[in-house]
Design a protein around this ligand. Sequence first.
Ligand SMILES: [Zn+2]
Ligand SMILES: [Zn+2]
Length: 119
Amino acid sequence: MVCFYHPDKPAIGLCKRCQRGLCTDCAALVDDSLACKNRHETQVHALEQMTARNILQAQRVGSSYLRNAIFYGLVGLLFAGFGLMQLRFLELQAVFFLLIGLFLLYAAGANYFESRQYK
Ligand SMILES: [Zn+2]
Ligand SMILES: [Zn+2]
């Protein structure tokens, strides 16, 4: 691979914006990425900032899933526990509560696994 602007020089990397080969003279380092010097530096900087923001957003989504998991888990335990306690007296109602509890626990588990994907 050679530099796009100097075909006689070997490229050290690609511009993140235009994917062209860059030699040491043409490459500008922008936030850990390479950019065409005086050409795509600002664009690459904007790109980098966008990526950083996406990562931040993903982390926020992950933590909200975790919060949901904790909430569903607690309410689910409450319902399931109540259902179990009532099982001897009110069978149908108890089963109903138990089912709600189990469903919430399932939702908690699903949210928990979802939150792990964003780590
Ligand atoms: Zn060059
Ligand atoms: Zn470029």
